[in-house]
Design a protein. Structure first.
Length: 271
């Protein structure tokens, strides 16, 4: 019973760290997918006095994915509906061309400013509309989600590492007599701490398995979709499985680092 309690004392904080880390990985995947979706939906409107081609624009700005010419008839129809009296037949001959430009990825504010400046340098382009206010709101929202997930991961990480350190200290005290005797006979550090390393590996493996099965359940039960309020979560069981390898490495690194710190102290004679 005492042995089980000792194992749980390390498994629980490791589980908290790895669960938070996997949640961060999931959020990152969702945000990247959302950015791809936004890049497909987001467009820049360009007004040009001449026809534009994708090849011409990509020569100036490689991040452009495609262009789409807007129908001038639709623009004229809007003017007609507004009641403005004009000679629309002549207007059509003098009207500039309007294009929607789509980018390969959703740009940050600095990139968007550079793209706008580059487009305005192209001969024939008289105006570029990037819908800055809307773009800034979306970009700031994405940045907020990323930063808040990092913040909570950091809090959980620091707290859990402290708990891991305390538990390894307890293990070190429990095995202090055996380790002290081994030190007297000149045993190297790796031999004295072998039992602590073994326990750390076992508990890290168990914690990783628990996180893996926990996220499989969340995915299969649609609880994660309801929690995040989205129907499209591009995260599969294969993603969770591949993440588990890195989670195990992370948990093992934390455990072994704490084992190393605790074991570096000079072995004391047990009372």
């Amino acid at each position: 019973m005492r042995s089980l309690k000792n194992h749980l004392s390390l498994i629980i904080p490791l589980f908290a760290i790895l669960f938070a880390a996997e949640f961060y990985f999931v959020i990152e995947k969702i945000l990247k997918n959302y950015e791809v979706y936004l890049s497909r939906d987001y467009s820049i409107v360009v007004v040009s006095q001449k026809s534009l081609t994708l090849e011409e624009l990509k020569a100036y700005e490689p991040s452009i994915l495609k262009i789409e010419e807007l129908d001038s008839e639709r623009i004229i129809e809007r003017l007609k509906k507004s009641g403005i009296e004009l000679n629309y037949s002549e207007l059509k001959n003098f009207m500039p061309k309007f294009y929607k430009i789509y980018l390969e990825s959703f740009p940050d504010e600095e990139s968007l400013r550079k793209i706008k400046g580059t487009l305005l340098e192209i001969e024939g382009i008289s105006r570029v509309e990037t819908f800055t206010k809307t773009h800034e709101k979306i970009f700031h929202f994405l940045s907020f989600l990323k930063n808040i997930s990092k913040f909570f991961l950091l809090i959980i990480f620091v707290t859990s590492v402290m708990l891991v350190f305390k538990q390894i200290e307890i293990w070190n005290l429990e095995h202090s007599e055996r380790m002290y005797i081994m030190a007297l006979f000149g045993a190297p550090l790796w031999m004295r701490t072998a039992i602590l390393v073994k326990l750390s590996v076992i508990d890290t493996f168990i914690s990783t398995l628990l996180v893996y099965f926990a996220y499989l359940y969340l995915l299969n039960s649609n609880y994660l979709k309801n929690l995040l309020g989205t129907e499209e979560i591009i995260v599969t069981s294969e993603d969770i499985f591949s993440d588990s390898f890195w989670l195990f490495i992370l948990g093992l690194t934390i455990s072994l680092f704490n084992v190393f710190i605790v074991s570096m102290r000079e072995p004391k004679q047990p009372v």
